[in-house]
Design a binder for this molecule. Structure first.
Ligand code: GDP
Length: 544
């Protein structure tokens, strides 16, 4: 039986380690998901509330601990310590109703980066967290785009219902109108945002009434009322809720698993993470409605059955900048088979063997060993210098999973070596970081390879590149921000026509040779589209 380190520091028996666990049986118990949201919608609060309701069995990385709130702060990287943010992708594992739930953190806020998107390649579902007063916000929309492109089923949780907010019908309508996801509410609020009494369970019409808990300290007290009692005691609020539900029933918003799993409809729930309201309902929905790991399609289109020998997808590689942990951890999502520490896998990209002696759950500075894991689980492989995001690892039977696409960069900087005698190290470092997927490197004949353009989805990526070039390659750099905010894929003809246009530049992305046209803003792009209608200018995946 393996052990994991509980957030309070004690060891607990690992839920991975069930004797004779069959991959298909274990996979059915797994739910692997991420929360997509805009900063301040309440992701950290919800994560903590989920952990409160479920039993935390292991944590890889850490839960953000912000503003002195009790959390599990990772101090793995110097930069993290200085800024008080978590750069490492956290994976938190809970057990709930005999299920194992893996919650993958999508780094956001200032640390929004390509990794944020890559996490969505490793989940089977996403929870779209909305602030009741704000509805859909820009970062949520970007992340949703990636879910849509990948066909990830989305559950919607409308948060902060304890505060004044928008009308529930208006919120679900916004989801349908703006992103084309058909809402299928499974709970509905009794009482307007800010004067919230409880939730109607749509399936049986009962009401769960809450008494608010003090600031996330404990679970909110609750009682279940049958519809007659709810009508008698809740009066106009109950009438309003049931009328709204009838209206929704008429437009066919009943729960249907098929469109949900296909990513065209979303079950919607309401709650307040801070008061632990609706949080258990969300866990129940994850267990009852969200899909378990299913056979993953390979690059050739056929699907690797869950009970085939081990296969996994590297979705993130974290290089430690902490001097005492100068190593590289690859986060692997298990797609099929049973993982046992010590097994020797094949790294598909190179055909080389990869020993997994150092398979671990990352936990801040402490790392606990993972002995076994199953489809849906995440394993951290230490000293994984050869592994890149998008790589496949397999045992016995070869498979190649499709690589993770590069996402639309919105920040661009020219990098130059600060000390000309370090030019060789600089080139080598840039090449290394490009191949690791830390940053996208763009170049052109005009600029030469002494001054490549670095492209990022979040500005933190530049800081990571700077720090690593300086620490690992002894090649400190100077960065010059460029004014572009938008990239479009073009072709040779397009590049030719755009050459010389004021404020526009065409560069080649080194990893895949794509030609990217960079624009300062969308109006400049619109002007080009209007004036030169035949030009190839395709959007890249996920942009605002
Ligand atoms: P994140 O940026 O998405 O991780 O958001 P946080 O979890 O840090 O929450 C942002 C702010 O919203 C904090 O001040 C929280 O206390 C507050 N908050 C989160 N959930 C709720 C909620 O359900 N009700 C209320 N009133 N505030 C909330």
């Amino acid at each position: 039986m393996g052990t994991d380190i509980h957030p309070d520091g004690t060891s607990v028996p690992s839920a991975h380690a069930r004797p004779d666990g069959r991959p298909d049986v274990e996979a059915r118990r797994r739910r692997t998901f991420a929360v997509i949201s805009h900063p301040d919608a309440g992701k950290s609060t919800l994560t903590e509330a989920l952990a409160l309701h479920a039993e935390v069995i292991s944590a890889a990385g850490a839960v953000h601990g912000k503003g002195g709130r009790k959390g599990v702060t990772s101090d793995w990287m110097d930069m993290e310590r200085e800024r008080g943010i978590s750069v490492t992708s956290a994976v938190l594992q809970f057990s709930y109703r005999d299920h194992v739930i893996n919650l993958l953190d999508t780094p956001g806020h200032g640390d929004f980066s390509e990794d944020t998107y890559r996490v969505l390649a490793a989940v089977d579902a996403a929870v779209m967290l909305l602030d009741a007063a704000r509805g859909l916000e820009p970062q949520t929309l970007k992340l949703f785009d990636v879910c849509r492109a990948r066909g990830v089923p989305v559950l919607t949780f409308v948060n902060k219902w304890d505060r004044p907010g928008r009308d529930p019908l208006e919120l679900v309508d916004e989801v349908e109108q703006r992103i084309g996801l058909r809402p299928m509410p499974i709970t509905w609020p009794v009482g307007i945002a800010g004067d919230f009494h409880g939730l109607v369970e749509r399936a049986d019409g009962s009401m769960r009434r809450f008494t608010r808990a003090a600031h996330g300290a404990s679970k909110a007290a609750e009682e279940i009322l049958d519809p007659d009692r709810a009508a008698a005691e809740e009066g106009v609020d109950w009438e309003r809720a049931t009328e709204e539900l009838e209206l929704l029933g008429e437009i066919g918003a009943d729960f249907d698993p098929e469109p949900f799993h296909a990513g065209t409809a979303t079950p919607v729930m309401f709650g307040a993470a801070l008061s632990n309201i609706g949080v258990a309902r969300l866990l129940d929905a994850l267990v009852d409605l969200a899909p378990p790991p299913t056979p993953r399609p390979s690059a050739t289109g056929d699907r690797r059955p869950i009970d085939s020998p081990f296969s996994g997808l590297v979705f993130k590689v974290q290089a430690s900048m902490d001097k005492s942990h100068r190593d590289r951890v690859a986060f692997v999502r298990i797609c099929s088979g049973r993982f046992e520490r010590g097994m020797v896998l094949t790294h598909d990209a190179t055909g080389r063997p990869f020993a997994t002696k150092y398979a671990q759950a990352m936990f801040g500075r402490d790392r606990s060993t993972i002995e076994e894991a199953y489809p849906g689980d995440i394993v951290g492989l230490v000293n994984a210098t050869a592994l890149r995001p998008g790589d496949t690892l397999w045992a016995e039977k070869p498979v190649t999973f499709p690589t993770i696409p590069s996402f639309a960069p919105e920040h661009f900087s020219v990098a130059r070596v600060a000390d000309a005698s370090k030019t060789k190290q600089f080139r080598k470092g840039i090449e290394q970081l490009d191949s690791e997927g830390v940053i996208q490197v763009l170049s052109s004949d005009l600029r030469g390879d002494q001054a490549p353009v670095l492209a990022a989805v979040g500005p933190l990526q530049f800081e990571v590149v700077s720090a690593r070039l300086s620490d690992e390659f002894s090649a400190p750099i100077k960065l010059e921000r460029l004014d572009y905010t938008l990239a479009r894929r073009t072709d040779a003809a397009g590049a030719e026509k755009l050459r010389g246009s004021v404020g526009i530049e065409v560069l080649t992305r080194r990893t895949d040779g794509e030609l990217l046209a960079l624009f300062p803003h969308k109006w400049r792009l619109q002007a080009v589209v209007q004036n030169q209608p035949g030009l190839t200018l395709e959007p890249l995946i996920a942009e605002g």
